[in-house]
Unconditional design. Structure first.
Length: 363
């Protein structure tokens, strides 16, 4: 496994000691009065507040060393097939429709099936793709729709779309005055990814990183080479952006939206796969594998202001996350021969006594 070998090599270079030294730095502390004032200037809806409020929303923490910078482990892409034989590990994004499973045997390796907050993983980045990289039949698939004649993100490949768009409904067509996100459009479909890692600088001002690989591998010595799907994972959730404040969510940066009453983040497919992006397809595959994916099978509507607030929050991190303020291109859907055979599906029970009870299906 190339990913495991690379982590082992990095650990041998004693990066742990180097990072420990960096973290002993004596950071200058913020003036208590100024810190209190800055906090007071923020509002719950920063993206729509006055100019003073929005400025406060993008104020960065005190400058300091970033122990995660440059810790990405470089693992090149490789051919998926050699002489017609599969020579790579499981890939993403796949079909996540209930009941689907790929053909690539995983030899008993299973995804991490509990919520990530029940693990040692923490979110280390948020970014999104133009259209969905995964497929959920009837939710985001080949029959999805979206705005026509819109300027898409430069050079970005459009993935699959949701079914919400209605050209006669102004919430899908009236453009939003974006302040922080770049080249985004009302009515379009986006798949948001939250990479998680047990090797992140969890609980510190350096937790969120761009590129996300720096966050995933910040403390690579913590990763157990035999348990990577338990220590590196991604949450995926697909949205159609609307210009309607009834769909506002204040904190999209830190993870998937979970609200059982609204059936958000509850119909989840879990499987092992890889990193995505347009440098990979069904001929050139990712070497960052196997990792856990937990993907919401339902497409949801979310306000443009929710996305813009997320972008403002990203700009408030110590690390420069500006390279993730726009939609990245979508990898083409992974074929079944490269998709894991270990898909697990969460579904709500039909018990009316407790709508928050779910069952996990392995068959």
């Amino acid at each position: 496994m190339k990913l495991a070998a690379a982590i082992l090599l990095l650990t041998a270079t004693n990066v742990a000691a180097e990072n420990s030294t960096i973290r002993t730095r004596n950071l200058q502390k913020r003036n208590a009065k100024d810190g209190k004032s800055a906090k007071g200037s923020k509002t719950s809806k920063a993206s729509k507040s006055s100019s003073d409020g929005t400025c406060a929303a993008t104020t960065k923490p005190v400058a300091g060393a970033n122990p995660c910078a440059g810790t990405k482990i470089e693992i090149p892409n490789e051919d998926c097939f050699v002489d017609g034989e599969i020579v790579v590990n499981v890939q993403s994004g796949t079909d996540v429709t209930y009941g689907y499973a790929g053909n690539l045997e995983t030899d008993g390796v299973m995804p991490f099936t509990d919520p990530y907050f029940m693990s040692t993983m923490c979110p280390v980045n948020v970014h999104w793709h133009l259209g969905a990289e995964h497929r959920s039949e009837g939710q985001y698939d080949e029959d999805g729709v979206g705005p026509d004649e819109r300027r898409l993100a430069e050079g970005a490949r459009l993935g699959l779309r949701c079914h919400h768009y209605d050209a006669e409904d102004p919430k899908f067509t009236e453009e939003y005055d974006w302040k922080y996100c770049v080249d985004m459009h009302v009515g379009e479909t986006y798949e948001v990814h939250w990479p998680h890692s047990a090797a992140g600088d969890c609980g510190t001002v350096n937790q969120f990183q761009t590129p996300f690989y720096d966050g995933v591998f910040c403390n690579a010595e913590r990763l157990d080479l035999t348990k990577l799907p338990e220590q590196v994972g991604v949450q995926g959730q697909v949205f159609t952006i609307v210009n309607d404040e009834d769909y506002y969510w204040p904190d999209m940066m830190r993870g998937m939206i979970v609200d059982p009453d609204l059936e958000m983040g509850v119909e989840i497919t879990k499987y092992t796969g890889s990193t995505t992006g347009t440098s990979r397809d069904n001929e050139v595959c990712s070497g960052y594998t196997p990792i856990t994916w937990q993907v919401d099978r339902t497409c949801h509507m979310v306000s443009a202001s929710s996305f813009d607030k997320m972008c403002a929050d990203m700009l408030s991190q110590r690390d420069d996350m500006s390279d993730d303020l726009y939609a990245h291109g979508a990898r083409e859907l992974v074929i079944s021969d490269l998709a894991a055979d270990n898909h697990v599906w969460d579904r709500k029970t039909t018990e009316k006594s407790d709508k928050r009870v779910f069952r996990m299906v392995y068959d």
